[in-house]
Design a binder for this molecule. Structure first.
Ligand code: ZN
Length: 508
């Protein structure tokens, strides 16, 4: 046992507790807190956030970290302890590199900027938001510049690479350029072919009126059906679905119910359940520690996407439960067969909005954001030029040009709070899901399991190979341990090509 590590652990326990408290406040703000709570509660959150920052970034922790990194001490640590040191060093690089006054100014700006963004989006007025976004981008460039290493000299994407590493440490613009090149080359032609056949799938039943109370009941059922454990989790309602947790025995997910979009509501429930199952299966000795979360944003997203798409959008999954959905909405779904339902939930149609996108067009929405972020942080375009550049890319890749900025550059909240480099995780997550899917298919017969309503085996397998480890391993290590291969986007392209070639009867 390392005494030095025990000393550090006592300090870290405090920061973990504060972070759980902050997550609880965030959850509450999105679900239950009354309308007028924000200002006063904001003060409480401000104080707790400062305590959280100080509990990690202080001379004692810094000194313990430095000593534990010395070879003779480091060698004595367990695998879990080494991972903790790695994460703490990462946090130090992120937070301690920024002068605290500058960081506080940025947080204040980001807070204001988010509400300005909401107003600009509502009024379809980018000019309202432009100045804020410009300042946010300048701050992020400044922050990233503190962490640029000498080895990246001459690399035009050095700043953006720093931002990317905050979300997926193992991927830089080099790998992502290759990934998105592949997406562009292989998927854009399929999207063009599918566009000609849009009318072949009738999903008009989806916009009939579906009572919210019944949706809630059915979604609760389906969450539990895929493996959400009610004894360790809670499901509530919020404007945008999300999942958070305080530890592995208290995982909170939300859904958003839309009376005229049954499919979106059901698949949000399955998606968030995938996130929740991940958190519930993290090992007891890891939860409530610095490495008690998911391996990375992309790996987390891979689990939600796996449940949503590879499991939830198959016929085998729906065979045992479609009748129950039809009973719930006997009038609305009277004329809808299982086959029609399956085709409808998989229908592909280019649209403006990322969060509404189908599996095939989804990565194109991410590709566009990735290219714009990269250009922004290498000074190829300015914030002022963003709306025009956005429209141009949508026209080029998806064949449609949003008429308003609300449907265009203003649609996502991420940039308003400075989350640049986040978007690629969504597409990478989908690609990891495909890789896992092909690998698992060799070890289990998905069709038989799903037809028999036996999802426990799938959940247990993911728990054993991914979930239990928390953040001990990174994305590539996890994939390598599980499949014998590092991240490989070829599976994703193969998955989407096979799926949509079959669905629309395209020429292979
Ligand atoms: Zn997600």
């Amino acid at each position: 046992m390392s005494e030095l590590f025990d000393q550090l652990k006592t300090k870290l326990d405090r920061s973990v507790a504060l972070s759980a408290a902050l997550a609880l406040f965030e959850w509450d703000a999105e679900t239950l807190a009354p309308e007028e709570a924000a200002d006063h509660t904001g003060k409480v959150i401000g104080i707790l956030s400062e305590d959280y920052f100080k509990s990690l970034i202080n001379p004692e922790v810094k000194s313990l970290l430095g000593r534990l990194e010395q070879e003779e001490n480091y060698a004595k640590l367990t695998l879990e302890q080494k991972a903790t040191i790695r994460e703490l060093r990462r946090t130090y690089k992120q937070l301690a590199s920024i002068p605290s006054k500058e960081y506080a100014d940025f947080c204040e700006l980001a807070n204001k900027s988010s509400s300005v963004w909401a107003k600009a989006k509502k009024n379809d007025d980018f000019t309202l938001f432009e100045e804020y976004l410009k300042r946010i981008v300048d701050y992020k460039k400044q922050f990233a510049s503190y962490r640029v290493t000498e080895s990246s000299e001459g690399n035009p994407n050095a700043l953006y690479d720093v931002l990317l590493s905050d979300f997926e440490p193992s991927l830089s613009t080099k790998e992502l350029d290759e990934f998105f090149e592949l997406i562009k080359e292989k998927l854009v032609p399929i999207i063009d072919q599918v566009k000609q056949k849009q009318d072949e799938i009738d999903d008009s039943f989806n916009t009939r009126t579906y009572e919210i109370e019944k949706q809630r009941k059915f979604c609760d059922f389906i969450s539990e059906y895929v493996g959400f454990d009610r004894k360790k989790g809670v499901i509530a309602e919020s404007a945008h679905p999300f999942t958070t947790n305080f530890h592995n025995r208290d995982v909170r997910m939300t859904n958003h119910y839309d009376e005229n979009n049954l499919i979106s509501t059901i698949f949000s429930a399955i998606h968030e359940s995938g996130h929740a199952i991940y958190e519930m299966q993290i090992r007891d000795d890891l939860t409530l520690s610095l490495i008690g979360g998911g391996a990375s944003m992309a790996v987390h997203e891979s689990q939600s996407r796996f449940y949503e798409n590879m499991i939830g959008k198959t016929k085998a999954f729906w065979e045992p439960i479609f009748e129950s959905l039809k009973e719930t909405y006997s009038k609305q779904l009277a004329d809808v067969s299982l086959d029609q339902f399956i085709r409808a939930i998989n229908k592909s149609m280019p649209g403006y909005i990322r969060t509404d996108a189908d599996e095939l067009t989804y990565p194109i929405h991410i590709l566009i954001r990735y290219e714009l972020e990269k250009e922004l942080f290498s000074d190829q375009i300015t914030v002022h030029e963003l709306p025009k550049a956005w429209k141009k890319k949508y026209k080029e890749y998806l064949g449609l040009q949003p008429k308003t900025d609300t449907l265009g550059v203003l649609q996502d909240i991420h940039w308003s709070s400075g989350d640049f480099g986040y978007f690629p995780s969504y597409a990478i997550g989908s690609a990891i899901a495909a890789q896992i899917y092909y690998f698992m298919s060799e070890h289990m017969d998905f069709d038989t399991l799903l037809r028999g309503g036996n999802l426990d085996q799938i959940k247990a397998y993911l728990g054993e190979h991914i979930h239990q480890y928390g953040m001990i391993y990174g994305m590539n290590e996890l994939l390598f341990h599980m499949t014998g291969e590092r991240f490989n986007p070829e599976y994703y392209v193969r998955y989407l090509t096979e799926k949509y070639t079959n669905l629309y009867g395209l020429d292979a």
